[in-house]
Design a protein around this ligand. Structure first.
Ligand SMILES: [Zn+2]
Length: 155
């Protein structure tokens, strides 16, 4: 189940979403939209979103359309969210995607994890943005082509 917590960052409301973006998300997103409508701008942290399905994406796109009057920044977007955003333009809408979690894997030991990337710097470093090494010291490789990962941001 989706929940959100509201904090503040330098006077801008910061909403942290946790849980699944699914068929139960619509009432939570309606409540979030009510909060956002009262703000000049808002930040939404999606780092705690663990799952998304088609009903959840429909509810999310509707939320983004209703929230479009407020400038939004999206942070820590999960890889799944980025996948959906690349095929459904309304997923990110007019929002600024500030950071996202890029799935990577170690070339040596096979460990998989997510690297939090800041999108402006990531875009500037394409086609080969630097990635931190694995804990074992070996090089990590992105599991999504970097330019495909952010394709919807670029065009
Ligand atoms: Zn490794």
């Amino acid at each position: 189940m989706l929940t959100f917590a509201k904090t503040s960052e330098g006077g801008t409301p910061l909403f942290t979403l946790t849980g699944a973006l699914d068929e139960h998300a619509a009432p939570i997103l309606a409540a979030l939209q009510g909060e956002i409508a009262a703000a000049k701008a808002a930040v939404i942290d999606l780092g705690g979103v663990t799952a998304m399905n088609s009903a959840g994406t429909v509810a999310w796109v509707s939320f983004m359309e209703r929230a479009a009057r407020t400038p939004l920044e999206l942070r820590r977007c999960p890889a799944l969210f980025m996948d959906y955003a690349n095929v459904i333009p309304g997923i990110a809408g007019e929002a600024e995607v500030f950071s996202a979690k890029l799935p990577v894997a170690c070339d040596s030991c096979g460990t998989c994890w997510d690297v939090l990337v800041e999108i402006p710097a990531f875009l500037a470093a394409l086609p080969h943005p630097p990635l931190p090494p694995c804990r074992c010291g070996a090089k990590a490789t992105a599991q999504v082509e970097p330019d495909e990962f952010v394709a919807f941001v670029r065009f």
